[in-house]
Write a protein that binds this ligand. Structure first.
Ligand SMILES: [Zn+2]
Ligand SMILES: [Zn+2]
Length: 106
């Protein structure tokens, strides 16, 4: 296999889950709230210290994906229904957030 796996398909489901099918055949499912709270943009994580400044409790658990757009060929920009739209999720980061049993063991 050459390079890191890339998403072949990303699908926000009505129940709030976001599914990704990867180029290596792996399938990941993310909870919208968890992914929103994992945002690593400058408004959510302090650039200087790397400390998270986003308060998870301030993010509604009903948060959903509003729109997804590709950023370069390395990630997705995700806009959320809570109005936050500055987050960029790289493929590598998304893959590292996969919570399936197989990935959890790595
Ligand atoms: Zn953010
Ligand atoms: Zn996985």
């Amino acid at each position: 296999m050459s390079g890191d796996p890339t998403p072949r398909q990303i699908t926000p489901f009505p129940n709030g889950e976001i599914g990704i099918v990867w180029s290596d055949g792996h399938e990941s499912y993310y909870d919208s709230h968890r992914l929103r709270c994992a945002c690593s943009c400058a408004r959510c994580v302090d650039e200087m210290t790397g400390r998270k400044v986003l308060d998870d409790a301030g993010v509604p658990t009903s948060v959903r994906v509003k729109e997804i757009h590709p950023v370069g060929n390395y990630g997705y920009g995700i806009g959320w229904t809570d109005g936050h739209d500055t987050g960029i999720y790289s493929f590598t980061y998304l893959r590292s957030l996969c919570g399936c049993g197989e990935c959890a063991q790595r």
